[in-house]
Design a protein around this ligand. Structure first.
Ligand SMILES: *Cc1c(COP(=O)(O)O)cnc(C)c1O
Length: 374
């Protein structure tokens, strides 16, 4: 095999009706944020997420920002978030002038630990953003219970977990609101895009208001609030409609890839796989594993460097947000210690995961990981 062929960490699969639908949007001249594909996508995505409605947005970060605006979060408020997540989750809290307070994750789900969460509630806490990390749903019943006990709202950040299931129910329908991303490496993609799903018509109206510059839909050029332009285009929704048609086969292929990785790597000492709670049906987003460097014989970063030299792209787990410059000082002042987050952040690794990977790519990747064990 030609080892100079590079294997990226991710690559969109646009081999269905994507091209035809984009051409249809172009021919129709509806290329801005109104059009048949926007309406169709919002309807179909809401249904697939067992929600009353879906609102498309320019990206997943804008969806989080809109969620917080619509919930009325502002300066002086605190929002509980995991520290082990992509930075967008915490950035959105800062955009509305509030402060993200970090909680640790559960070693059995890698998502918010409900007990740890409860201990971090203060009189300023307004809500919780539960992230379904690396496709695995957070323990939403327990998290919703903590929220109820303290009068808080809950938002799901489902950017990495499209159509994952929690106790048989689909993510996107498990809290007050949920947010999604359709960035190029996500399970469904349109390059850049996002959405919110929810059941509450009043909240939906506020989200649509803030998404569209604060424009009153009943009175042209009347703006009751300062809003944003966070709309998604009909061209992007054309891509998403095509992706929705194939979502089951896209996810089935990803699932096969995950099972193949686990089978090929099962007997490599020092590697650990992402745990799956008994109540969870995770979404196969990025294949995630841990490296115990004493047993594997090589630290994670050294393994990543060796794989990169062989043309295999990998990703380290997210850096713990409470240790990053924008958040570190505030976190230290609160005296936050997050041992599970710290451990996972330093030993976790994502392998190439996308429907277009072939079985011989998987054998090449797993073979390299086996041979690199010392
Ligand atoms: C990708 C991602 C986002 C942000 O989505 P964008 O579309 O890139 O803005 C937010 N949260 C999590 C957990 C993500 O993985």
């Amino acid at each position: 095999m030609n080892v100079t062929v590079k294997i990226p960490i991710s690559e969109p699969d646009l081999t269905g009706n994507e091209e035809a639908y984009v051409a249809e949007a172009v021919r129709s001249t509806w290329i801005s944020s109104s059009g048949a594909f926007v309406e169709r996508f919002e309807r179909e995505f809401a249904e697939a997420c067992a929600s009353r409605s879906a609102v498309s947005t320019s990206n997943g970060t804008a969806a989080l920002h809109l969620a917080l605006l619509a919930l009325g979060v502002g300066p002086g408020d605190e929002v509980l978030v995991p520290s082990l997540t992509y930075i967008a989750t915490a950035n959105a809290v800062r955009y509305v002038g509030a402060e993200p307070v970090f909680a640790d994750v559960d070693p059995l789900t890698w998502c918010l630990d409900p007990e740890d969460l409860a201990g971090r509630v203060t009189p300023r806490t307004r809500g919780i953003i539960a992230v379904h990390l690396y496709g695995h749903p957070a323990d939403m019943d327990a998290i919703n219970q903590v929220a109820e006990a303290h009068g808080l709202w809950v938002v799901e950040d489902a950017a990495e977990a499209h159509f994952a299931r929690y106790k048989g129910r689909t993510v996107g329908s498990l809290a007050r609101l949920a947010t999604f991303s359709f960035y190029g490496n996500k399970i469904l993609t349109c390059g850049e895009g996002g959405a919110l799903t929810l059941d509450d018509p009043e909240l939906e109206e506020r989200i649509r208001l803030f998404r569209n510059q604060g424009a009153d839909p009943r009175q042209r050029y009347f703006f009751p609030v300062t809003g944003y332009n966070f709309r998604l285009t009909n061209v992007a929704c054309a891509l998403l409609c095509a992706q929705m048609e194939r979502r089951e086969s896209l996810i089935a292929r990803r699932q096969q890839i995950f099972e193949t990785y686990e089978a090929l790597l099962a007997d490599v000492p020092g590697l650990g796989f992402q745990p799956v709670a008994e109540w969870a049906t995770p979404a196969p987003w990025l294949f995630s594993m841990t490296v115990d460097e004493r047993v594997y014989g090589r630290p994670r970063d050294a393994l990543m460097a060796e794989l990169a030299a062989q043309g295999i792209e990998t990703r380290p787990f997210f850096m713990a947000l409470h240790r990053l410059p924008p958040f570190q000082k505030a976190s230290q002042e609160r005296g936050e210690t997050l041992p599970v987050t710290d451990r996972l952040s330093l030993c976790g690794l994502n392998l190439p995961s996308y429907p277009g990977l072939r079985d011989d790519d998987l054998r090449r990747i797993a073979g390299a990981i086996k041979r690199l064990r010392k």
